[in-house]
Design a protein around this ligand. Sequence first.
Ligand SMILES: *Cc1c(COP(=O)(O)O)cnc(C)c1O
Length: 337
Amino acid sequence: MTFAPIPRTELGFWPTPIEPMARLGAQLGLKHLWVKRDDQTGLACGGNKVRKLELLMGRALAEGCDAVITAGAAQSNHCRQTAAAAARLGLACHLLLGGDEPARATGNLLLDRLLGATVHWSGPQRKGERLEGLAEELRAAGLRPMVIPYGGSNATGAAAFALAMEELDRQQRAAGVRFEAVVVASSSGGTQAGMVVGARALGMDCQIIGVAVDKEDLRGPVPMDARLASLANEAGALLGVEVELAPHELRVDGQRAEPGYGVITDAEREAVAMTARAEGLLLDPVYSGRAMAHLISLAREGALDPEAPILFWHTGGAPALFHYGDGLILDHAQRGE
Ligand SMILES: *Cc1c(COP(=O)(O)O)cnc(C)c1O
């Protein structure tokens, strides 16, 4: 099985490593818990969006664009990685960020500023509702912008994660393991959708457990599994694979999303602290920490086979740690030390 070629521009370090998390696994009663290090994709603190951006920017360059526009929350990792990719390629970058300008630029927003992106504040809208309007303004000003949707999740962005499954398949063969499940944070959905269509196309018998992190993603006009199935099928079409996925084939666990996007609870604090202290590995509180909190609760409920090889796909996001600061410390007595 080979995927049809898609224009691509190199931005990251590949393959990202896979490694066992023996100490964390032992604490959770899982004999073969591993991690895929997409927090180490190489560009400006890394993260999963670098994979998508290699294809999205490949298209922007092929189409002769001189600017990109995208959108997200003020602490968006996607926006920070897009700003870095644009800087690297000499394109202008405009970001539509939710909320109002804060008094201080911290975490990812600080990095957006250092990377030279132009930031537009969009109040309550943080999912790109004004992208087309901004594109019109930039065209009127003589630029040739490409609009990258919220999270980089169109067919092109999602296709990158089908290719990532090819990378994983090579790695698991070399390591002599076969992952039965992948646990990954899911929001705009391109990551999970691409993984599911890639796994199917490659004949990998591996369940992708998407952990919803944003309850608004679950309450849209189209159910999240149906939205992801369409995205997976569009990515499959782009890659020339004959796969047709139905919504029930995309597993999205929604329980963790309830507190709201970016709202940190003790479950995320515990997941971040446990992983840091057992493995020396930094998660972020909004995405990977929430996904790990879900993995921890599945393990404690006995919902994961203790003997099965399980892969936690680390999607990055650690710059947000420095935005949330000591509010992340589980043991409140340690604050302010
Ligand atoms: C964007 C992001 C995700 C979610 O990926 P989607 O493709 O939007 O579902 C997960 N983790 C981190 C750290 C992210 O920045």
